[in-house]
Design a protein around this ligand. Structure first.
Ligand SMILES: Cc1cc2nc3c(=O)[nH]c(=O)nc-3n(C[C@H](O)[C@H](O)[C@H](O)COP(=O)(O)O)c2cc1C
Length: 177
């Protein structure tokens, strides 16, 4: 069983990125499990003084989730041409650990327009030594209302695209380990 942890970079209740990772978690091949880390809003602002024995419990929960997963999927909005602070903060908690080193990661996208954030996120995650899978999945949900988002994510073609993307990522994880 390939265990994958998925993280949405948005805290919005009606987030399209969160809807995408939730849909991914329910559209996986039989040999994969996707669980969602949803604690971004609970993490304190990263402070290098608070590492080691002083690591806050929520940061420890994130580090454990990433460490124990075979791979990580991230879906993230773009704010002001950058990566939202909440996700960058979460990644900062992982920088000086082993959690990210050689950990397979895949980016998925709910907006067709978030090109600056995609490039920045890829650069950040490669710098942290994540093993970034080149295949990416995009399902355009930008500006859609929750009912429309649900309908789009429920379309057969999109469900199949999600399953195939997770399958391809799982194959990548198997090749890495
Ligand atoms: C403060 C703020 C800044 C934004 N800046 C950008 C931007 O620079 N480029 C862009 O493509 N979209 C930008 N957006 C739009 C969001 O990226 C877009 O609405 C995204 O789908 C939101 O994701 P969510 O539905 O998961 O919350 C911005 C949205 C907000 C709230």
């Amino acid at each position: 069983m390939i265990e994958i942890v998925a993280i949405s970079g948005s805290l919005r209740a009606a987030s399209t990125n969160s809807a995408l990772v939730a849909a991914l978690a329910t559209n996986v091949p039989a040999d994969c499990r996707v669980t969602i880390y949803d604690g971004l809003g609970l993490l304190p602002i990263f402070n290098p003084d608070d590492e080691g024995e002083r690591t806050p419990p929520e940061a420890a929960r994130l580090i454990d989730a990433v460490t124990s997963a075979g791979g990580v999927i991230v879906s993230c909005p773009e704010y002001a041409h950058g990566v939202p602070g909440g996700l960058k903060n979460a990644l900062d908690w992982l920088v000086s650990r082993d959690a990210a080193v050689a950990k397979p990661a895949m980016l998925v996208h709910a907006s067709p327009r978030s090109l600056f954030a995609r490039a920045a996120l890829a650069e950040i995650m490669r710098t942290m030594s994540f093993s970034l899978y080149e295949g990416e999945l995009e399902i355009a949900l930008l500006g859609k209302k929750p009912a429309e988002v649900e309908a789009i994510l429920g379309e057969d073609a999109n469900r199949q695209a999600m399953r195939e993307a997770v399958q391809a990522f799982a194959d990548f994880i198997r090749r890495q380990t």
